[in-house]
Design a protein around this ligand. Sequence first.
Ligand code: WT7
Length: 659
Amino acid sequence: MGEEAKTAVLMKEERIFEPPKELVDQSNVKAWMDKKGFKTEKELREWCSTNYEEFWGEMANDFADWEKPFDKVLDWQPPYAKWFVGGKINMTYNCLDRHVKTWRRNKVAYIAVGEPVDDVRLFTYWDLYRETNKLANALKGMGVEKGDRVSIYLPMIPELSIAMLACAKIGAIHSVVFSGFSAKAYGDRVKDGESKVSITCDGFWRRGKTVPLKAQADEGIADAPSILKQIVYKRTGQDVPWNEGVDVWWHDAVEGQSATCDPVFVDSEDRLYILYTSGTTGKPKGIEHAQGGYCVGPPQTLSWVFDLKEDDVWWCAADIGWVTGHSYIVYAPLSLGATGVMYEGSPDFPDIGRWWKIIQDYGVTVLYTSPTAIRMFMRAGGEWPAKYDLSSLRLLGSVGEPINPEAWIWYRKNIGADKLQIMDTWWQTETGTFINSPLPITPLKPGSCAFALPGYSCEVMDEKGTVVPFGEGGNVVITEPYPSMLRAFYKDPDRYMKTYWEYYWENHPGYYLAGDKARRDDDGYFFIQGRMDDVLNVAGHRIGNSEVESACVSFPDVAEAACIGKPDEVKGEVIIAFCALNAGVVGTDELKTAIYKHVGKELSKIAAPSEIHFVADVPKTRSGKIMRRIIKAKAMGKDPGDTSTLANPEAVDAIPTIV
Ligand code: WT7
């Protein structure tokens, strides 16, 4: 194996957490296994992934209602897949219309918790259905047709889901932009997508203050000629600038509209949405997802991995502005007819116990969040969750980055009463659904996302496309197509080819390069080591930045850590760690020595940082990714570039220049 693909294997996780028998016996996946006569998890995963066309054909009929059945499960012409060929379907029909024909009509779809305490709205399926139809009719009235793009810039309020569902109902393609992004970021995405309509709101609540979203939206669309109308939902009631002729209040737009709207049944391959995600260059890539695949993959994975039952209260605490929210706050749970919590605000408002109060107040049963959130709660201390009754919880989840075993154990202990299983789901904006993940029947290893799910095929490979032996590191590669996979980059086929498929094209057309490094342990468990470009090389040893960070964070006083490589004449690179400490801990030289020794012990002396700097906070994106490139630029005395899309741009200023 070439040096490029090799990653040092330093961490060993020995602990195994067996799933409780009660969880296994009642699980959705076990019921399917019993029906099919599968005895073991291995048998299940292998059969479904080997016979994936047959498997997905069955899932497509189990999880979705088709207006016209498909003729063929898959047409795969790498790098382009067509799923459920010839089928006609509508995502919103699957999320709403089919439920309101049943007893679920008055089931709660969303418990919408606003940031202001006591600002709670309940939306039944019937409510969502009627509001969605009215907005869909309003959009039609503005000239929006099948295939047209609509940009949506809204915070975490149910109107965001309604706006997406209204687009999907009439076959329009939504392009949601995270409400924390800047006016410029919004404008760039509106212009790239040539959207006809912009949907926003006056403002929203964040840490007790209002964010003037409408003003930002206006700035963004100021030079976007494609925009005909902007729909403005009134959330805070604050004053807003107003453009006569373009702006329309949401309540005026839906006034007098019919509460019924026939779904536009589209071809399975017609697009559902575009979502922009950042790549290696500055220009965001518009990832395209298809309607048919989305009607199948998200609900199927949510049902099997998080085991949703009719009476569960699901809380995916991500933002709908990310793929996590698209799939697992909007499309998957609604398609399953589930009840979900949606929270508008900051986790520390009015205090850091807010999430635990929400779980207590609404009896949340399944919680899905990110390692960065968990570490933030860890830092605040276990006494916060301990104040609340979290006994309704029955299953936990994690997504977004490798979860360090320290945070995993804290999560299980403090939130999961020392007994709940944690589903660590590895996936991407591009994949639309979880790819690697435990199931409720899987014995867990902290820090591992287990194996490829049934129906998916994922390997760790060297740069020639050969599977590396267990224990060795390599590239994460998805080797077979699956229904929810991306279909294209909006208006950029060359970059689509270059980014994912070119790497293995010569020997293996159709192998998808995910851009992550991983290793599998002796039992085949995947341990994701971080992005391909986030790998250090110290004296010839390839070490994942996240491995060192994980070791730093496993020191009791360290809350968060970011590690970068600094060029070194002798070693090639040395490791510089920026550590944020737990509240009340003073950063002394003794503490630095102790952390240094600890990392040396946890990982290897080679991996111990040569310098440790204490910082108040570690710069990260809003989805919780540590921004090592920006940290590195600042530390090396270079221009860190645009930091406005970070969750905490001020943390960049606090990074010392070390050269
Ligand atoms: C990248 C995708 C998928 C929803 C949120 C992020 C990292 C994601 C895990 C995990 C280790 C993870 C990977 C991946 N990642 N989940 N469970 N363990 N790493 O979506 O912004 O498209 O980012 O996030 O590096 O490639 P995204």
